[in-house]
Design a protein. Structure first.
Length: 157
C-alpha cells in the first residue's frame, strides 16, 4: 500500500501503471446527492493506492504522487489478496462504483429511524436530503405532522 499526496491518487495510479505496477484505486459513489441530484465520486480509501509489487518496491517511493510506502519493520506493509477483496466486496452499484459500506442509501419519501435524539426509534418520512448531510423529516404524532431538520443522514437507521 502506498500513501499519496493530498488528492493525488489518480496521478499516483497513472504513474505506477506507467512503471509496470498493478495499481488499484477503488472509487465510491457517495450516498448523498448534490443540489443537481448527482452523487459525488470519491476514493473508497482516500489517500491510498494499492500496489502489487513483486520484489522491487523501492521505486514506488519515488513515483510522482506517492508520498510514502506503508512500512512494517523496514518492509512494505502487505495486504493479502483475500483481505483486499473483503474490502472491495461490500457492494457495487450499476455503474461499477463501490457503495459506502457504512452509510445506507436513503431516498426522499422512504421511512427512516433516527438512532438518537428526541425522535429516536420513531419512524419518520424523509422529505429532503441536502448535500451537506442534513435531512428534513416528517413525523406523524397524535394526529399531527411534526417536521424536523435536526438529523444527519449518518444518524439514521
Amino acid at each position: 500500500m502506498a500513501s499519496t499526496h493530498f488528492e493525488a491518487e489518480f496521478e499516483a495510479k497513472r504513474e505506477l501503471v506507467k512503471q509496470g505496477y498493478d495499481a488499484q484505486f477503488p472509487m465510491m459513489r457517495d450516498a448523498l446527492r448534490n443540489r443537481l441530484g448527482v452523487r459525488k465520486i470519491t476514493p473508497l480509501f482516500e489517500g491510498y493506492v494499492f500496489v502489487r509489487a513483486d520484489g522491487a518496491y523501492w521505486s514506488i517511493r519515488g513515483t510522482h504522487g506517492v508520498s510514502q510506502l506503508l512500512m512494517i519493520c523496514e518492509r512494505p506493509a502487505i495486504l493479502a489478496d483475500d483481505e483486499l477483496q473483503f474490502f472491495l466486496s461490500v457492494s457495487v452499484d450499476d455503474l461499477g462504483y463501490y457503495v459506502d459500506p457504512v452509510m445506507k442509501m436513503h431516498k426522499v419519501g422512504e421511512t427512516a429511524f433516527p438512532r438518537s435524539g428526541r425522535f429516536a426509534g420513531i419512524g419518520g418520512r424523509l422529505t429532503e436530503l441536502s448535500s451537506n448531510g442534513r435531512t428534513e423529516m416528517l413525523f406523524s404524532m397524535l394526529g399531527r405532522e411534526v417536521r424536523t431538520r435536526e438529523y444527519r443522514v449518518s444518524e439514521l437507521a
